[in-house]
Ligand binder design. Structure first.
Ligand code: ZN
Length: 408
């Protein structure tokens, strides 16, 4: 829920400000969260000015109070991984038949000229409005699938009132002609970044995946991010097909890529995804890996020790029938976890609270851990400031209401 830029106050049965909370791992995830029962949050000019118990806080004279009832209010959530560019694919791809079947159904629909720009743009606009309605304060978005979408998406996010990190996705095996910085950026975002250089402050080159993008491109993008203290993101260990392709150089995913993406000289690295990412130097603090479905407990340990953050997208994984990340093991091995919806090509909506609800219902993950993943953990994973993911005086007045089932 986005609050308008006037004096305003809301009352809720409980408010969880997460004011003093740091990003949490392992047992820290389950610690009690401070809750303000019968809390009131006062807002002025789009910023939180005060919060406290209803009986202890005095409202300014011109401030209107809205009672939201028996709900739990948390800071605006952070959706750490989505694909706004793919919003036009909602309902158009094949689900529940594995990753390769999904990808096969998507390839002919990708924006390569045949999809009207207007269709893409309208879908992005609508998706941004829905993110605002869900109480999203920040989004980690994969960008770079068509020209001019970066600047447009940035504008729509700002209009909707949430922050955005643009992960500009490098893809394919055609290596750049030289190592000038311009070539670190994927082709579709270059013009927008040239015309609006201020966008680079919110953008970073990212990798699509180990099986789809050359080792050189991935390493260059990671290096670029490391030098500039930007977060580097890539899809990692999303499906059994990915593991099969990387370890054995065969399978349905390999067949799709062999036809149009892989060079004839491509050879499987002969390693599982995590080991290969390690070998290329892609992991470490400042890396946000996405999915982590096919990880052993030993690999979870390696991931945690490297300082890599992991974004879980459980509903997307379920829709594509790729298996599910072992969240309890990832937690017990101290991996820094956050949540993302993935795009509308593999999900029904972009409400990241629904990912939390899914993990609560399907993996029995406690609410305290989920609230941390939705807020302070994601803020750390995306390298955001201390005001994001917390409700404190001065923070943007964006909050989210927990689903009834997760209520405090
Ligand atoms: Zn994704």
């Amino acid at each position: 829920m986005q609050i308008q830029k006037t004096s305003f106050a809301v009352k809720a049965r409980s408010i969880l400000p997460l004011a003093d909370e740091q990003a949490a791992r392992g047992a820290q995830l389950f610690a009690r969260l401070k809750s303000i029962d019968n809390g009131v949050l006062i807002v002025h000019e789009g910023r939180v000015v005060a919060l406290g118990k209803a009986r202890e806080i005095s409202l300014p004279a011109d401030c209107q109070l809205t009672d939201l009832g028996a709900v739990s209010l948390i800071p605006g959530t952070i959706n750490a991984h989505t694909h706004l560019d793919l919003s036009y694919l909602a309902g158009k791809t094949t689900w529940r038949q594995g990753f390769s079947a999904w990808l096969k159904s998507m390839i002919p629909l990708l924006p390569r000229g045949q999809i009207a720009q207007e269709t893409l743009v309208q879908a992005i606009h609508k998706a941004c409005q829905s993110l605002a309605a869900y109480g999203t304060s920040h989004v980690g978005n994969i960008a770079g699938s068509a020209d001019h979408l970066l600047a447009l998406t940035d504008t729509y996010a700002q209009e909707a009132g949430f922050g955005i990190s643009h992960f500009c996705e490098c893809f394919g095996f055609t290596n750049p002609p030289d190592s000038t910085e311009e070539h670190f950026w994927p082709p579709f975002v270059r013009r927008d970044l040239q015309e609006q250089p201020e966008l680079t402050a919110r953008a970073a080159p990212a990798g699509h995946a180990l099986y789809s993008t050359s080792a050189e491109k991935l390493m260059q993008a990671k290096q670029f991010c490391r030098k500039r203290s930007r977060v580097f993101s890539l899809h990692l260990a999303e499906s059994p097909e990915e593991t099969e392709m990387l370890t054995l150089g065969r399978g349905s995913l390999y067949e799709i890529f062999r036809q149009s993406v892989l060079p004839e000289t491509w050879q499987a690295p002969g390693k599982r995804p995590l080991a290969y990412a390690c070998q290329l130097g892609l992991l470490g603090a400042g890396t946000l890996a996405v999915h982590g479905v096919d990880l052993t407990s030993q690999e979870a340990q390696v991931l945690a020790a490297s300082g890599t953050a992991l974004c879980l997208c459980p509903r997307s994984n379920e829709h594509l029938a790729v298996g599910s990340a072992d969240v309890k093991t990832l937690m017990s091995e101290n991996v820094l976890l956050c949540l993302g919806t993935d795009g509308l090509s593999s999900n029904t909506d972009l409400d990241v609270c629904q990912e939390a609800l899914y993990l609560h219902e399907h993996a029995d993950i406690p609410v305290e851990a989920l609230v941390r993943m939705l807020t302070v953990n994601a803020a750390r994973a995306l390298g955001l400031g201390k005001q994001v993911g917390r409700l404190i005086p001065g923070s943007p007045a964006v909050f989210s209401i927990l689903p009834q089932e997760l209520r405090f």
